[in-house]
Design a protein around this ligand. Sequence first.
Ligand SMILES: [Zn+2]
Length: 209
Amino acid sequence: MPTKEMVLELAGATVIKSPRRKRTSSWCWADGHLVLRVPARTSHREILRLIELARQRATAPPRRLASDATLEHEAAELNARYFGGVLPLRSIRYVTMTTRRGSCTPASGEVRISRQLASVPPWVRQAVIHHELCHLLEPGHGPAFQALLARYPLYQHAEDYLRLLERGTPVGAFPLSEEERQALLALLDQTGALPELRARLANDTATSC
Ligand SMILES: [Zn+2]
């Protein structure tokens, strides 16, 4: 087993074979040049597949925007799952907001969500919808509200994601470190929530760096 990193040029990319990596691969772009890091034993064929995957991701069209209909669907699911379907929600729609993620008028049962959230991953947007739905029962942000909020298991992760996003991380390019990926997987296993996201995380050995 080699103990030193091996660097090779392959299909226009720089490939670093690292004996310290056990299972996971990662890549990054340096001035438009692809740099791929893989475990030392990765096959030639697998390396070529990862190079192809990295290039596909880089040229992938922007994430599709979620519509008002998607919002309604997501709100109905959250209402059913975390509130037994009892919330008096009358309407939910996107509006243009620059300083807030969403707003809620409990008296009329209306929820508005910032249009900027149309392009974030569904589990992040759903955390914001969930926040506004909680306001239908609790107008303030006190302990009773926090207890309702905690029903959505990924709330804290979504909060972290949104904070990074609001600090300027581009949408859709939020990288998960291997440690974060494992933590999120463990959390999803515990709660049984979001099986689709769990499957994607479990299969996604290559994360952008
Ligand atoms: Zn609030």
